[in-house]
Design a protein around this ligand. Sequence first.
Ligand code: GLC
Length: 651
Amino acid sequence: MVTKYIYGNPVETYAVVEEVPLGETPAHVFLETGNSLTFTHSLGSEDIVYGLGETMRGINKRGHRYISFNYDDPYHKDEMPSMYGSHNFIVVDGETAFGAFFDTPAKVVFDVDSKKNGQLTVTCTSPDLRLYLVEGEGPYDVVRQFLAIIGRSFLPPLWAFGYGQSRWGYKTARDIDRVARKHRDAGIPLDYICMDIDYMDQYRDFTVNCRRFPNFPDFVARHRKEGLHLVPIVDAGIKIEPGDPVFEEGVKEGHFCKNREGREFQAEVWPGLTHFPDFLQKKTRRWFGEQYRFYTDQGIEGFWNDMNEPAIFSTEYRERDAEPDAVRGDPDQPERHIADFKDFFHQLDDGRRMRNYEVHNLYGAMMTRASGQGLDQLLDKRYLLFSRSSYIGAHRYGGMWTGDNASTWKMLRQNVYHMPSLNMCGFLFSGADTGGFGGDTNRELLLRWLAVSAFTPLMRNHASIQTRHQECYRFRKPEDFKTLVSLRYRLLPYLYSEFMKAALRQDMFILPLAFGYPGDRRARRIEDQLLVGESIMIAPVLEPGVRGRSVYLPEPMTQVRYGAGGFTCTEVEAGEQTIEVPQNEVVFYIRQGKLVPVGKAAANTADLALTEVELLGGGTTYEQYIDDGYTKQCGLERCVTRRKGEDALGE
Ligand code: GLC
């Protein structure tokens, strides 16, 4: 059961889309008067706290403090309180299970028993908010009730589930041609190449540098013929550039955020000085969404939205005369940034004028909403969109990636922890920069990372311009990389089907082990094994220099080993087992009584037949979701029943 409580005069966030009954003041909420609201709850010693989407540390958030205040900081230390997105939903799995969603775009501090005294304290810095309390039979039930009120996940096209290659620093059409060719030569499947800021003219959105990318539509079409999509980046800030039609129209029609004097606010980002579109206004969202026509007219169907926390390098006031009240101490954020966000204003559709600081966490989400709604109008098929900054609600318009991680084993592990937490908050289509963004990756780390990303909806290798090149073909024995990427394609009939079913049922796609085995005390504490869809359990290798790992099996399963020779299945008992996993192999498990449809190897998704499958595992039937990969008319009626024994790969 979900109940809504309204405090003050909250800003419209568009997070919840279903009608939820209004309650009286809830019993276990303690409210402080004044300018903030505090929610407290005493945790039992064995209670687990789930949720909080894109926050650091493990799946159980207990023992630490987290802050919802979207922030661009590439040093993802455990202690880092804020990431790029804010997902204010927590689930307490204790004597009773409940969830709480603090629907406010202002800063929220979650102290999840950081002092080890059993206290969960959530402090909302704005007194205006909607609180949703969810009571359920267990944590998974609570999550499903929450997913039911926030609306269905974004549905990407099939090609978005293919492998993507990206790098900040592909500067010319020839660079991109070479990446495509090298993948083909090495036999490594590929569905898309991302185009980072280097494709633009002076880092201006909605431009292509025609000297470095001559005949752009032909270039796009040529790659499409080879089964490859190009996915340009779009940044939040619009360069101040007289003569640029987007800049000029934006000023003329009043689409940009204002400064204290009522003029367009200026901040420096990649293109130099920019204005920030006021995505909180409906008219600006419509205007910005329409700008994507520039790309869709040239054959583009996929995008990544960036720098939308918004990220700011410097501002017009920062050095000169930041307001004393704005820079005054905030122990959790560098002061200069707080000053920036207090320095610019949004004009809300309800008539209020508010500092970005007060509605901060909505900015990226409203950019996603603008782009998603625009693309839905512009294209007659499904599009790919993923954003760096987000808030619950944006999951209906696009996916997200977890920003600037690093090429470290710790970040690989964090990728594993992030996935179920993001799913609990609605973000089914997500993934990390495979191989790591900052710092130099190495062969072993990239191979192990591919073995994890093979199961995450977004599977994109991306790195910073300052790092070594990390395309798979750059390493010794590229055939090993080919094996791991080809596993992704062989699993796509299953992964696509499970993702679509989860999205259409408003359920999770990647789950903690505990959600699948609620009565199993040991499974409840395991964070480095995950459930992917209804049939698969993964147990990835997350450490360097090891030959394998130990795995806990809550029930007898089918162990599947995939390597250059294909799939080998073995029935294994419940309990603990130690497995060897060479770097060029992946071991995963199929749950008791379940099946996994696997297809043939493919060079890209255009080359893939979702219908030609073989069924692995000990179950008898599997419901496979199938469509053409891009129709907007998706529904569970598209599922077909596959029966073990009637599957014949290649018939
Ligand atoms: C930001 C993005 C990163 C991108 C870079 C250049 O740091 O997070 O993915 O490569 O900007 O555009």
